[in-house]
Design a protein around this ligand. Structure first.
Ligand code: S3P
Length: 425
């Protein structure tokens, strides 16, 4: 795809449903008794992989577009799949589902695309094995394909070395089936959608500080789920509004759960013109309409406990920092190296190609803003967040930019290019 400078962006956009919440609705809906209706479900390739995996385990799931109905089979109703469970590109499906599979009375094989086969799975294999799970990496490289031979699990307390909602959630899902209580303590609190949704579905879960504790469940009960807009998708429009001249963009109905809203705080720290107007919200997840206008930005330091609350937005924030005065330091973000691509290297190399003053560090990057960007050939590495971030950069650069693999936005935002083009002046 070829992109070039725009004059400005004006108008309103409604971004698709939250990816994390959409995945969890399929998993909890499958394990619940009764029918779960999900409104605003994200029809992106990752969430469709979750539907596909649970369908293969005997769950009837009707996907009607904006609404999905999951005919839950109860906590013990999943059936062995005769095929490999194909998670596609989705780390969330892989890790959360592994927590469930570890406790079933059957064996499963889990595999995905080339990117998934490189992502670290030891982080879930370790705590699940402590619970008594039999989970192995077929190629003995701690990556997928995974073979999971279901077992009776026992509750543990796990001190997680990483702030990762995927690790925490894998352990909590396994904890539904374990003997005794299961708890997870994280170094910093990661997104808490699993904990909130567990509560909605009737699970006994308690959260205190950095620890979540779950009691084994007897039954989960179906619940209507209204998925808020994904703040990770809103991020591209927020950045576009702030860095593009003559712009004002309102993003409607965005989830602003405090474990996800770090980007809003960064916008405030950088002096952006941003307004957050709370709307009603549902299922314990607060929402807001967010308006961002062309801004005079200044650099800042982003690190510590805020990182898990904006981890997926860092590629977009790196673009923002190129348009700020002074230096922006992103640190404590080594997790970026194990996302859909190595997002430190990929952001730094591609931004350098566009003329930015940026350097990689061990745990993030340093960006000295204010250098005019120019068009370049950008390799997205088939990472959806890289493609969308550079689309916004390209629309603020001199000359043409070509994004290789631009179609990978299908993972989380299939209509991204249509939606951003509609806002162009
Ligand atoms: C997710 C958690 C995050 C995030 C991913 C979705 C989730 O990963 O990067 O896109 O839905 O739990 P980690 O928890 O591994 O940081």
């Amino acid at each position: 795809m070829k992109l070039t400078r725009v004059k400005g962006f004006k108008g309103e956009v409604t971004v698709p449903g939250d990816k994390s919440i959409s995945h969890r609705s399929i998993m909890l809906g499958s394990l619940a008794k009764g029918d779960t209706e999900v409104y605003g479900f994200l029809q992106g390739a990752d969430c469709l992989s979750s539907i596909d995996c649970f369908s293969k385990m005997g769950v009837e799931i009707e996907n009607k577009g904006d609404m999905v109905i999951i005919h839950g089979r109860g906590l013990h109703g999943l059936k062995a799949s005769s095929d490999t469970l194909d998670v596609g590109n989705s780390g969330t499906t892989t890790r959360l589902m592994s927590g469930i599979l570890a406790a079933q009375q059957f064996t499963s094989r889990v595999n995905g695309d080339a990117s998934i086969q490189k992502r670290p799975m030891k982080r879930i294999m370790t705590p699940l094995s402590m619970m008594g799970a039999d989970i192995t990496s077929e190629l003995s490289n701690d990556c997928a394909p995974l073979i999971i031979n279901g077992k009776q699990l026992k509750g543990i307390h796990y001190d997680s070395p990483v702030a990762s909602a995927q690790v925490k959630s894998a352990v909590l899902f396994a904890g539904l089936y374990a003997e005794g209580e299961t708890s997870v303590t994280e170094p910093a609190v990661s997104r808490n959608h699993t904990e909130l949704m567990f509560e909605e579905f009737g699970v006994d879960i308690k959260c205190q500080g950095k620890t979540a504790t779950v009691k084994p469940a007897k039954e989960l009960y179906a619940k209507k789920v209204v998925v808020p807009g994904d703040i990770s998708s809103a991020a591209y429009f927020m950045v576009a509004g702030a860095i593009t001249p003559n712009s004002q963009i309102t993003i409607k109905n965005v989830g602003i759960n405090p474990t996800r809203d770090g980007i809003v705080r960064v916008f405030e720290m950088m002096g952006a013109d941003i307004q957050v107007e709370k709307t009603s919200g549902d299922i314990g997840e607060p929402t807001a309409d967010i308006t961002v206008s062309t801004s005079n930005l200044k650099g800042c330091v982003i690190g510590g406990d805020i990182i898990p609350t904006l981890i997926d937005e860092i590629p977009a924030i790196a673009i923002l920092a190129c348009f700020a005065e002074g230096e922006t330091v992103i640190k404590d973000a080594q997790e970026l190296k194990v996302k859909e691509s190595n997002r430190i290297d990929v952001m730094v190399n591609n931004l350098k190609a566009m003329g930015a003053d940026i350097e990689a560090t061990d745990d993030g990057m340093i960006i000295r803003g204010g250098k005019q960007l120019h068009g370049a050939v950008i390799d997205s590495k088939l990472d959806h967040r890289i493609a969308m971030s550079f689309a916004v950069a390209a629309m603020n650069a001199d000359g043409d930019t070509e994004i290789i693999g631009s179609e990978c936005v299908d993972i989380s935002y299939p209509k991204f290019y249509d939606d951003i083009n509609k806002l162009k002046m």
